[in-house]
Ligand binder design. Structure first.
Ligand SMILES: Cc1ncc(COP(=O)(O)O)c(C=O)c1O
Length: 282
């Protein structure tokens, strides 16, 4: 089970391993996304769910799940013996006031051992090319099974450059990370200010965590025209809402992990393209 709108490879990983894909969509309440705990539990019971993939912080909606939310979520999973995989790759990318809490902290309090945490320095420290990630599995039996599976696919080696880079990043990357977060915050501010001023009806979701901004364009352009406007007219490569959820057309995900200069270029092009589309509509 997954919680759309969510990072689209989650859908693929379930389909490609020939599992049944169950969706417990996040609920939009006002200008933010929440977990509908009753619907989440009902889906588990109804569909006999065995495994839940949590995205924390959540890509693309930018939520940093709070301890109470995680507690409630994990307690439901524990009650119904659902194994949790928590993808925490965005854990260091916290922009708002909320503190990141790992699912492993909450699981320990609840006495849950059957839990898998996925993490990597690849997002925070821009090391994706060095192919290194880590998996934490507290339960010995589960860990042994995982190791056996890895051996079968000869996946036991890590890239030594990746290992060295990860060590350097975690041991001495604090300042770099602080600078990165400040650039992302500047980029976010620029986008909010300029987009909102040009088109007050564009909805920009709060960015508590990740460097990915979830933007709803449906009040300003027809949702079927989104790709035409953003890709063909503005010449921008963004991620489209329908990749993250069935009903996501008309939303886009903007990646803010770049320089303010590039963000300004993207903004100029986007604003011009949307204005052109509005004129075309008239
Ligand atoms: C939630 C989440 N998990 C995993 C990944 C993939 O990370 P990597 O590029 O290190 O494979 C991403 C990348 O966008 C992500 O957002």
């Amino acid at each position: 089970m997954i919680q759309p709108p969510v990072y689209y490879p989650f859908f693929d990983s379930i389909k490609e391993t020939k599992r049944r894909l169950i969706e417990a969509p996040l609920q939009k309440v006002g200008n933010s996304y929440r977990i509908d705990f009753a619907a989440f539990e009902a889906k588990i019971i109804e569909e006999k769910v065995k495994l839940f993939i949590l995205c924390s912080p959540h890509n693309p909606v930018g939520r940093v799940w709070q301890e109470e939310e995680l507690h409630q979520l994990l307690a439901i999973c524990q009650k119904h013996e659902v194994v949790v995989i928590a993808d925490e790759i965005h854990r260091e990318l916290i922009l708002g006031d909320q503190q990141f809490v790992s699912a492993i902290t909450v699981a320990q309090r609840l006495g849950i051992e059957k839990l898998i945490i996925l993490d990597s320095p690849s997002k925070t420290f821009n090391l994706a090319g060095l192919l290194l990630s880590h998996v934490w599995i507290p339960d010995l039996e589960m860990r042994t099974t995982y190791h056996a599976w890895c051996r079968q696919y000869k996946q036991t080696e890590v890239n030594c450059f990746g290992l060295t880079a990860a060590k350097a990043a975690y041991e001495s990357g604090d300042q770099w990370l602080a600078d990165l977060l400040s650039v992302v915050a500047t980029n976010e501010q620029m986008i909010r200010q300029q987009l909102q001023e040009a088109f007050p009806k564009i909805e920009l979701l709060p960015l508590e965590g990740t460097y990915l901004l979830w933007v709803d364009l449906r009040q300003v352009i027809a949702k079927e025209r989104t790709k035409h406007v953003i890709q063909d007219t503005a010449g921008l490569a963004v991620d489209y809402g329908e990749w993250f959820a069935k009903d996501g057309q008309g939303l886009i995900r903007l990646n803010l992990a770049t320089t303010p200069t590039i963000i300004q270029q993207a903004l100029d092009r986007m604003i011009e393209a949307i204005k052109k589309e509005e004129r075309h509509d008239d």
